[in-house]
Each structure stands twice: as structure tokens, then as C-alpha cells.
Design a protein around this ligand. Structure first.
Ligand code: IVH
Length: 676
């Protein structure tokens, strides 16, 4: 059926754009819509479901145990080097066997989980872990949920119309690579786990490994895992290749993501060393963690000549970066209270250099972690910085001879909130997080108000950390609504506030009263309700009163709202403090309605992308305006974009719009559209 084929084609195309090229052209909601349409068509026409349909990625069945599979060719490991000298020595050894025409490739060593994928007659039939190198575990169902992995091989030329008919069907291709998670996705995942009071992953590699070993593929499917090919097992029937770089190119042609973009080929070992130096800083720019580089002899005939030792190829080595770890002393352990009341112990450290930055604090995550590590104040500890993540403490370092000097102090778990002195609780016995549940706790109020005023929420410019901290410590504000009752004089009482700044803030606060309901819902900081969910709720209920009247059943009926979120929403609105707060906000004159649906909709169904700096709007303000008038603001340009609004110094979206022939308008022209 034409529709089904075209939907599959579109979805695969967007998977590829998102996960392989990292250049999405549609929003997640638009993507979900396409998936839903395909699911519905396939439900009506089950005979048309093919094994490579995007709907076949997540199977309903959980497995009891993973089956063992024997690898067709063992999955070896690599010899490690840690210095330029060791690389030079390896180069010399290689040169002994291959004196001339040597070429080396240098590529990132992805810090993920080693896996092998088998494509039989072009279809993905097996995904397995490395295991002990000889035997791995069959994790095919989990592998299939990874959207950067094509379920069927395609050549890049055919990708645009990759119907099953065009698949190169005679190929058996076993590719090997790493399953990993991007640094930002890792942080998001940990944030989500923290909000559910679940155990966090220590680093992206553990997150990838843990997600891949889930017995229920549905969970794996939610984890934003990715895959990148770096080597191969058995191959037959595929196009021939003579070098490692040609192999990577071939994989790209089949639609497989590889290290190609970040692989350099050089002909001198000195150039390899230069690249190693360069990557030590460049690594931060990659979206994923790498722990080093892999240097390979490029030509396959030369690889063959060099052969293997028992454990590793002689034609490749890994170069491990200097560790992002350092040793220092814990001066003190303090406890911070977050926006949702969670208590987090933080170690104050003697400042230490670690991978180019000075570190003076490290998170201890929760009180269980302090016990697990056996950390005391005064201990010498090993700390580690991984990507953008806050540094963490790995272990206590025993001092030579004796473990401790005797002057170390045990940290005692507080029984009260360190800020408001009210009792703290564990909401469920199995949770690790302790919380302060006092809704008027100043610490929660402080973090909450900063969130309330943030750009994505009520967008109140000038109401940041410093101002909020003073408003609360001076007891000028005791809930979010209080800010709408402040006078200029109140701000003049604060440090650093002069006439103009105070006036600007008063205006910004007043302007925020017209934000749509969705913004307010997000701003309120209801647990588990993010920006997207807030928009959904606002669009469904239109007024805050209707949302406050909603029952569990009303909420559960909504596709995007799960039971956990429904529960949080109900709990939030049941709190007496919430009722009071909403009344106070209403009295202050806030627009507690979703204004998207009312009024003329001159931008109905028109898609807008903003690039560059606007003079009369903040980015989020302009996007809200578009939404209010029926349009659709999106973040990336595609041929379906109706308008690209270019402010000053527009970025790559401007170039892309030009290339695709999308209409580009100025801010002035945009304003004219709003007034139509
Ligand atoms: S080539 C014979 N290339 O590192 C092994 N491996 O310590 C050939 N790894 O288990 C592997 N990035 O999974 C190769 N660009 C890369 C890699 C890479 C990460 C992993 C690999 C292997 C481990 C070896």
C-alpha cells in the first residue's frame, strides 16, 4: 500500500537525520504523529507489516534470560598505549614488517558497550554483546530499539526511497561497534531517574550497558541509545573494500553510522601523534564520551601481514587519554536542597586541577552513596570529571601505611532540612532520596522561583539567582505570587538594584502576566511535568480551574500523560498551599487561560523557525506568539518549514533555508504577519 510505504520511508529518513546525521528536520511530536499513523494503518492491514518496518523496533515481549551466542570470529580487544613514546614504539614494530606505503587511520575510541550486529540477506537478524570475546549474549530485541541502527541495509543513494524491494538482499554483513548514549541524553536520563527517585548511572557507559541489559525491550527503547560501527566480523556478498576507511564508507552507504566523519588517514606516525594531541581537547566537542583514540593500519593486505596475537590485532592499538581524575581532600560535606526538595550531599574540596579545570566541589548524590564509599570529612579521595557532568567522588584513597590520620570526621545524616529545619522524609522505603516536603521551605522556594522566572517558564528577565536569593533571605517574598505584588521600592532595598534596573524588573514581571497557561503550568514546577506535558495539559484543559477539577481518569485518558505524571498533578493541586497560590496569582491579574485557541489564528498551521537575534522579542516570546496565533514554532529547517525568521547574525539555519528555497523573512516582516 502506497501510504504505508511512504510513511515507512519518511520515518526511516527522519531516524537517519536525527540519529546518524544529528540534523533533525521535524519535532518529536511530528515524528510521533507519523509513527502513530503507521501503527494505525498496519493495525488495519497486518499482512503489510514487514520485518524492517519502524513499528517492529519495540517488541512487547520481555525475555527471561539472554541466550548465549558464539561469535563467528572472536571479538578481540586492543593493546593500550598511554604515551607518545609507546605509540612511536608500536609504529617502529609495524614498520619492521611493513617498511613502505604505510597508512594509519586515527579515530575516536567510543566509551560504550561493544556489540556485533548481523545482517542476513540485508536484514538485521542478530545483535549480541561481546561477552568474553568468544561467546556473547543475544540482545537482538534490545538492539532493534536503537533508532540509529537500520533494521534493513540500504545504500545511501536508495535511502530516500528505501522500500524493501530495493534492499541488497544477498549480503551477509557482520558489523561491530559500540552502543553508547550521548552526553546530553545521559544527563537527561539521570535527571529523569532522579525525579523518580531511582538509582542514577555513574557515567554514560554504565547507562548504555544498563539500558542494553534490560530484560524488557520497551525500557531499552526509551533510553536514546545509539550505535556506531568501527570494525567487522564475517562479511560475504558485499562490495569489496581494500582499506579500513573504504569499509567505513561502505557501511555509510548501507545507512550504518560509523566513525568515518571523525577518522583521519595519515602516512606518518608523527602525524598520528599530532592528532592524539589535538583530540585531547577536541574530544569535548563530540556529543559522546571517548576515552582515547584507535590507531589502525589502513590497508587490509598490510593488516593481514601483521596478523594477531592471542588477544589483539597487531595492526591496531588504542591510545588512552590522560585520566580525567585527580586526588584531593574533602574539607567539608554540605547538604543542598533542590527545587523538588531532594537533599543532595556535596563535598567541598581542596581546589584541584582536573583535565584543565579547577575543581572545588563534587557531588555525593545521596546519603547512601556516602556510606557506600565510606567517605569521611578530611579523607583524601579520588575524583573524576566525566564530560559536562558535575565531578564525582570515585573512592577514598588510603594514605600510605595507615588508612586515616584519626582526625577525619564522620558525616552524620541530618534528620532535618538544613534550610527550614523541618523533618525530612523518604517517600518510599526503597528510595534513596531524602526530601524536605515543606512546601514553603525557603530553599525550595528559592530554586523554584528561579525556575518560575526562567526563560522557558514565565520568562522574567532580571529575576535570576542573585535577586531571588535576596528576595527570599530578606523575607520580601514567601511564594511565587508575591513577586506580582512587589513595588519598585522593594527592589531598591536589594543590593545592586538602582532605579533603572528596578523599573525594568517591575515591567518584566508585569509583562509575564500574559503568558499562556502552558508556561504557567511549567513554571509552577509540578513534579514530572516538563515543558511538553505542560503544553499538552494547557491545550486539553484550557483553564487552570478545569485542570484543577480533573480526576485521575481524565488525566490518564490523555495519550502523553502516564500514571506517574497524573499522580503528581493530582497531588500538587490537592495541596492547600497550591489553592492559595493560584488564587493569589489570579488576583494579581495573571492570564490563567491557554490563549492559543482563542482569538484570530492568522498563522494557522504555518511552521516557523527562528535564527539569529531578534530585537523586539526573546526567542521564546516569539515562539509563544506564533503558537498563540495558531502557528507551529520548530527548531530546525526542512522543506516543510513555511517561514524562517532571520534576526541579526543568523546561523546555519539561514543557509539551510536558502538551500531548500524556504521563505526567509525579517523581524519586521514577521511582525507584519502577526498583525494581519
Ligand atoms: S576496533 C579487534 N575501533 O574498544 C578489535 N574498537 O579495547 C577491533 N572500541 O572492544 C576494534 N571504539 O569495542 C575499534 N573506533 C574503535 C573503537 C573500538 C571503541 C572498543 C571495542 C573494543 C575495545 C577494545
Amino acid at each position: 500500500m502506497k501510504n504505508i510505504d511512504s510513511l515507512k520511508k519518511q520515518i526511516r529518513h527522519h531516524d537517519y537525520l536525527y540519529y546518524v546525521l544529528a540534523q533533525p528536520e521535524i519535532s518529536d511530536t511530528e515524528y510521533d504523529k507519523l509513527m502513530k499513523q503507521l501503527e494505525e494503518l498496519e493495525k488495519k492491514n497486518p499482512e503489510l507489516i514487514t520485518p524492517d518496518s519502524p513499528t517492529q523496533r519495540v517488541s512487547g515481549q520481555a525475555v527471561k534470560d539472554f541466550k548465549t551466542v558464539k561469535h563467528s570470529v572472536p571479538m578481540l580487544s586492543l593493546d593500550n598505549t598511554y604515551s607518545a613514546d609507546e605509540i612511536l614504539e608500536w609504529g617502529k614494530r609495524v614498520k619492521k614488517s611493513i617498511p613502505d606505503d604505510l597508512e594509519y587511520t586515527v579515530e575516536p575510541k567510543i566509551d560504550g558497550v561493544s556489540c556485533t550486529l548481523t545482517y542476513n540477506k540485508g536484514l538485521l537478524t542478530l545483535g549480541a554483546t561481546r561477552g568474553d570475546g568468544e561467546n556473547g549474549e543475544d540482545i537482538t530485541l534490545n538492539i532493534k530499539t536503537i533508532r540509529s541502527i537500520p533494521l534493513a541495509l540500504v545504500s545511501l543513494r536508495q535511502l530516500a526511497d528505501s522500500s524493501i524491494v530495493h534492499r541488497p538482499s544477498s549480503i551477509v554483513l557482520e558489523v561491530r561497534g559500540e552502543v553508547y548514549i550521548d552526553k546530553t541524553d545521559f544527563q537527561e536520563l539521570n535527571k529523569k531517574l532522579a525525579s523518580l527517585s531511582e538509582k542514577l548511572f555513574a557515567n554514560p557507559r554504565n547507562a548504555a550497558a544498563g539500558s542494553l541489559r534490560q530484560k524488557n525491550p520497551k525500557i531499552t527503547g526509551t533510553r536514546k541509545l545509539r550505535f556506531i560501527v568501527h570494525s567487522y566480523g564475517t562479511i560475504s556478498g558485499a562490495e569489496k573494500f581494500k582499506t579500513h576507511s573504504e569499509f567505513l564508507k561502505l557501511c555509510e552507504k548501507y545507512g550504518l553510522p560509523t566513525t568515518l566523519k571523525n577518522t583521519k588517514t595519515v602516512n606518518k606516525i608523527e602525524k598520528v601523534l599530532e592528532l592524539c594531541k589535538k583530540w585531547e581537547t577536541e574530544r569535548e566537542k563530540l556529543p559522546y564520551e571517548i576515552d582515547g583514540l584507535v590507531i589502525k593500519v589502513n590497508r587490509l593486505d598490510q593488516q593481514q601481514k601483521l596478523g594477531f596475537t592471542m588477544k589483539s590485532p597487531r595492526w591496531a592499538i588504542s591510545y588512552k587519554f590522560p585520566a580525567k581524575q585527580a586526588t584531593t581532600k574533602i574539607k567539608n560535606i554540605i547538604v543542598q536542597v533542590g527545587r523538588t526538595g531532594i537533599l543532595t550531599p556535596v563535598a567541598e574540596l581542596e581546589p584541584v586541577e582536573c583535565a584543565g579545570v579547577t575543581i572545588s566541589r563534587a557531588t555525593l548524590h545521596n546519603f547512601d552513596e556516602i556510606q557506600r564509599l565510606g567517605v569521611k570529612i578530611g579523607d583524601t579521595v579520588l575524583i573524576e570529571r566525566a564530560g559536562e557532568v558535575i565531578p564525582k567522588i570515585i573512592k577514598v584513597i588510603p594514605l600510605s601505611g595507615t588508612k586515616r590520620t584519626g582526625t577525619e570526621k564522620k558525616f552524620s545524616i541530618p534528620d532535618k532540612c538544613p534550610v527550614c529545619k523541618q523533618p525530612i522524609v523518604k517517600e518510599k522505603e526503597e528510595e534513596v532520596a531524602w526530601r524536605c516536603i515543606n512546601t514553603v521551605c525557603p530553599a525550595q522556594l528559592e530554586r523554584g522561583l528561579v525556575h518560575f522566572a526562567s526563560r522557558e517558564a514565565m520568562d522574567i528577565e532580571g529575576l535570576g539567582d542573585a535577586a531571588v536569593e535576596q528576595l527570599i533571605s530578606k523575607k520580601i517574598v514567601s511564594d511565587f505570587a508575591d513577586i506580582y505584588y512587589l513595588k519598585k521600592d522593594d527592589f531598591l532595598k536589594l543590593e545592586l538594584f538602582k532605579e533603572k534596573k528596578a523599573q525594568n524588573l517591575i515591567t518584566a514581571i508585569a509583562n509575564s502576566k500574559t503568558r499562556p497557561l502552558s508556561r504557567l503550568l511549567y513554571a509552577l514546577g509540578i513534579r514530572n511535568v516538563g515543558e511538553k506535558a505542560a503544553i499538552t495539559l494547557a491545550e486539553k484543559f484550557l483553564t487552570i480551574d478545569k485542570l484543577m477539577d480533573a480526576t485521575y481518569e481524565d488525566l490518564e485518558k490523555i495519550f502523553e500523560i502516564g500514571p506517574v505524571m497524573a499522580d503528581s498533578i493530582l497531588k500538587f493541586f490537592k495541596l492547600p498551599a497550591t489553592g492559595k497560590l493560584i488564587e493569589k496569582l489570579k488576583k494579581a491579574g495573571l492570564n490563567i487561560k491557554e490563549n492559543v485557541k482563542k482569538g484570530p489564528q492568522p498563522l494557522k498551521d504555518k511552521t516557523f523557525v527562528f535564527t539569529g537575534e531578534l530585537k523586539q522579542f526573546t526567542r521564546s516570546g516569539a515562539e509563544a506568539k506564533v503558537r498563540e496565533l495558531g502557528g507551529n514554532p520548530t527548531s530546525s529547517v526542512s522543506k516543510n518549514t513555511d517561514f524562517v525568521v532571520a534576526g541579526t547574525s543568523p546561523g546555519s539555519k539561514y543557509e539551510k533555508a536558502k538551500k531548500l528555497g524556504v521563505k526567509i523573512i525579517s523581524e519586521q516582516e514577521f511582525i507584519k504577519l502577526l498583525l494581519k
